[in-house]
Design a protein around this ligand. Structure first.
Ligand SMILES: [Cu+2]
Length: 460
């Protein structure tokens, strides 16, 4: 129940923040500053940051001491499997932290005491992954004993009025950052040149670059042409396509055309269909485009690391036709007003993200009432993601690039790794509509919305 309350509060904050965005984008009115609202409620001072390593299977240190004013736990997963930091008596839990990843967990004001810490992943607690969170009231100079008796209040601390308003203030502050500016933008249309022998030639340089996933979070991204997602390669049926693939990274790789019909020798599956492309080498791929197709080009070598780290981009052929029933019975035009890609990811150096960015740095989408938008969802991560747009209702018109005989209505579409769904939306009701993964730990934290969240703004 309190979780529902929290969710409602955060969405209210979201809408409040986005009202300002509407003003900026559509010039509806002009009442100036939106900064003062982020003040207040939060309470005092900078929190110390404490490093905690999560291993298979234990916490280091096993006893973590923080002041009653709270702290930021910098959780680093040094193990080989996913871990999570949870203090059940306090109602505190981190997101799932993948191997090699880290996560900053903010702990608010907490009564002095000793609280059990576990990893809630199945089997991990029983494997010994337990620890203690010691909250000590340093301000009182040790007047209260650390192991002290009043654990009864501990179960309520996540929900008392002070901590609740502190949480709300943090959520509001997080929401007001959206849409945050970051360096770099992926997914633009790829440029090509026409070769003398009649090919559309695309150059794909494989590069490791610094990539800003969200404000201040700069990671090493493994990219095609320096951006995440890679530039979209779009061609038409009958085009002869040549891709000049230059590996400028220190790791061997190969390029696979996922969901695209190519000769077997162009399938990118080293060492079977080709030799791998070693550091410094170039490989040429050629095929005739046969559409329609909604595909992806991505690594097929150490792919469980290379792809989530950023080596993916859309590869589309022709346009997806609008089903006749939507034209005849639902008033859809033959061609959508715009077509966009939303590439999902959840692992590697990039982590939980939409088109290589994490909320609040995700990009808002805009439509006017009556306009239509075709969205190609593409999942390049390691987990499923049920993508939910609050409004309007959409129609799935293609699965993995194949037009459906009968379109299927959807407001939440589960996209598994490797899948592509093409969903057609028409702007109906004006407003700022939240758009997010509905695995809620992929979209929210106790500090507000994060990761796989963006918005569709529908204007009159
Ligand atoms: Cu998700």
């Amino acid at each position: 129940m309190s979780k529902d309350d929290r969710s409602v509060l955060s969405w209210l904050a979201f809408v409040a923040a986005l009202a300002a965005l509407c003003v900026a984008i559509f010039g509806l009115s002009d009442n100036g500053g939106s900064e003062s609202a982020s003040e207040g409620g939060g309470g005092g001072g900078a929190k110390p940051t404490i490093d905690v390593v999560m291993k298979d299977f234990g916490f280091e240190p096993a006893t973590i001491t923080i002041p009653t004013g709270g702290a930021i736990l910098h959780l680093m997963n040094g193990g080989a499997v996913v871990h999570n930091f949870q203090a059940p008596e306090l109602g505190i839990s981190s997101i799932d932290v993948q191997a090699g990843q880290s996560y900053d967990l903010t702990i608010g004001e907490t009564p002095a005491g000793t609280y059990k810490v576990i990893c809630p992943q199945p089997g991990h607690e029983s494997a010994g992954m337990v620890g203690s969170l010691v909250v000590s009231d340093t301000a009182d100079g040790g007047g209260e004993s650390a192991g002290g008796g009043d654990t009864g209040t501990g179960t309520e601390t996540g929900h008392d009025a002070a901590s609740n308003s502190a949480m709300d203030a943090k959520m509001l502050a997080a929401a007001q950052l959206y849409p945050a500016k970051t360096q770099g933008h992926g997914g633009e249309l790829a440029e090509y040149t026409m070769s003398a022998d009649g090919y559309k030639e695309f150059v794909v340089d494989v590069l490791v670059v610094d990539w800003e996933v969200e404000p201040g979070k700069i990671v090493k991204a493994w990219t095609y042409n320096g951006v995440v997602p890679a530039p979209e390669i779009h061609v038409e049926t009958g085009d002869m396509v040549r891709i000049i693939f230059n590996n400028k990274t220190p790791q061997t790789t190969s390029l696979h055309f996922h969901g695209i019909r190519v000769p077997n020798v162009m399938d990118g599956v080293d060492p079977y269909t080709e030799d791998p492309t070693v550091p410094g080498a170039t490989h040429i791929y050629e095929f005739e485009a046969k559409g329609p197709a909604v595909g992806i080009y991505h690594s097929h070598h150490n792919a469980q690391e290379q792809i989530p780290n950023g080596m993916f981009g859309a590869l589309t052929i022709d346009e997806m036709p609008t089903p006749q029933v939507l034209i005849d019975d639902y008033g859809y035009p033959e061609k959508p007003t715009k077509t966009v890609n939303m590439v999902l990811n959840d692992a590697g150096t990039i982590g939980l993200s939409l088109n290589g960015k994490s909320f609040p740095a995700t990009e808002p989408y805009t439509l006017r009432v009556g306009q239509t938008m075709l969205v190609h969802y593409m999942n390049e991560g390691l987990m499923v993601h049920p993508m939910h747009l609050h409004q309007p209702m959409g129609w799935v018109i293609a699965k993995d690039g194949v037009p459906l005989i009968t379109p299927m209505p959807t407001d939440t579409i589960l996209v598994a790794p490797g899948e592509r769904y093409s969903v057609l939306y028409m702007g109906t009701d004006p407003g700022v509509w939240a758009w997010h993964c509905h695995i809620l730990t992929h979209a929210e934290t106790p500090d507000g919305m994060r990761y796989m969240v963006t918005a569709l703004i529908v204007e009159r």
